[in-house]
Design a protein around this ligand. Structure first.
Ligand code: FNR
Length: 392
């Protein structure tokens, strides 16, 4: 046999362990008891470059690390002998019912984790009565994702808020088209992300994964002439199109849906956003993916709460992995929190079942934390339950 006759099997996609990517399992694997367990299992089920993209933090990963250590540094000081007979995690936010104070953050391209992508996530979210914020960069369209959520709601008799996350597009008419499509499809709020208009990314999408909502918009290719110009960032279309206050004024006038701004860390900006008509804010550093060295959301939260007052709903994300993290965020003034990466981990490990189970695990931990801290209701969660030297 000559060398030319040897046919090696085509090498399929490999995971970060250098093995073929494992398909999602039909059941929950043994040994998954927490969200970090999902992260450990997920590596084998995701193609290596997609894994690196999902896990990545900007530059040295300082922000990414702060997001966790800020939670770990806070210590809890439980109250005793609480009556839990009427205990509940329910609340109303922007006139919408949240069965528990956790939602799924907007995360691009769920098909990187599982072929059913956002459709599976939407089904899991509805089954577990968990709000879902669908990204502009979803890999199934916002309409398809809403149909999956509505079908699941009919089947299981449970529902939760569905919100649409908007990234500013080069043309305002394109932004408006996305907003109208979200309204027509039945989304209940617009979440405008303002902290990632300028962001480095070298990740190339694998074949078959696309930004389904943007299919009809003209592509914005990078030309050699762009690289040859004197300007690097300043003076480029990217900088010129970065979201700004004028856009907020414009967007506020375009929709009657609640407008929530995501990606706020400064108390001053937060107050100005509320004065300009934002209905709620998401305190976030984009999961440590944009600017390295930022304050963690949980450290920024108290000043933002004092700046906007008690009435403005505040959500928070970045590093939330345990029920006690949810508790700590609420104690410092959040009304609810979002989780990002764990959605993709659980989807990769066991599809819709995995994400539903991941939410079940977290919800159990939230109830445990409340019970053990002596809080029967979300309103009982106060910063006096965080240990401070002055309370000794
Ligand atoms: C994101 N995030 C994000 N945010 C957003 O507003 N629109 C988007 O499309 C995306 N896409 C996205 C992709 C990936 C792979 C990640 C990890 C994150 C940020 C996300 O909404 C959220 O702020 C963080 O993920 C929260 O941090 P944790 O929970 O991942 O630590």
């Amino acid at each position: 046999m000559s060398g030319a006759d040897i046919h090696l099997p085509a090498a399929g996609p490999q995971n970060a362990l250098g093995e073929p990517v494992r398909a999602a399992l039909p059941q929950i694997p043994d040994g998954i008891r927490s969200l970090p367990d999902y992260a450990r299992h997920a590596m084998a089920h995701i193609e290596a470059s997609a894994w690196a993209h999902i896990e990545s933090g900007a530059d040295q990963g300082l922000t990414l690390a702060h997001n966790r250590t800020a939670f770990d540094r806070l210590q809890l000081c439980p109250e005793s002998l609480c009556d839990l007979t009427q205990a509940s995690t329910r609340q109303t936010l922007l006139a919408q019912v949240l069965r528990w104070p956790v939602m799924l953050a907007p995360v691009a391209y769920h098909r990187l984790a599982h072929p059913e992508g956002e459709l599976a996530t939407a089904r899991a979210a509805m089954a577990m009565q968990t709000g879902f914020i669908v990204s502009t960069l979803s890999s199934y369209s916002l309409e398809e994702t809403m149909v999956a959520a509505q079908t699941a709601t009919q089947e299981v008799g449970r529902s939760a808020p569905m919100w649409f996350q908007l990234y500013k597009q080069t043309e305002r008419s394109h932004c408006l088209r996305l907003v109208r499509r979200a309204e027509d499809a039945g989304y209940q709020a617009i979440v405008w992300t303002v902290d990632a208009g300028i962001k480095r990314s070298g990740f190339a999408l694998p074949p078959g994964v696309v930004a389904a909502n943007l299919r009809d918009f003209p592509p914005q290719p990078l030309h050699v002439s762009d690289l040859m110009r004197d300007s690097i960032l300043f003076g480029s279309a990217l900088a010129d199109n970065a979201p700004c206050w004028d856009d907020l004024q414009w967007l506020r006038q375009q929709t009657r849906l609640p407008l929530i701004i995501k990606g706020v860390l400064s108390a001053r900006s937060a107050r100005a956003m509320v004065e300009m008509g934002a209905d709620a804010l998401i305190v976030s550093n984009h999961g440590g993916r944009v600017l390295d060295g930022t304050v963690s959301p949980v450290d920024a939260l108290p000043a933002i709460r004092s700046a906007v007052g008690p009435e403005t709903p505040l959500l928070l994300d970045g590093g939330v992995r345990y029920g006690t993290d949810v508790f700590k965020a609420l104690a410092l003034g959040a009304n609810a929190v979002l989780i990002g990466r764990p959605q993709l981990y659980s989807l990769a490990v066991a599809g819709m079942l995995g994400t539903a189970h991941m939410l079940h695990v977290l919800r159990t931990e939230v109830e445990l934390a409340m019970a053990q801290m002596g809080c029967a209701r979300l309103a009982d969660i106060q910063d006096t339950l965080l240990f401070k030297a002055a309370h000794r």
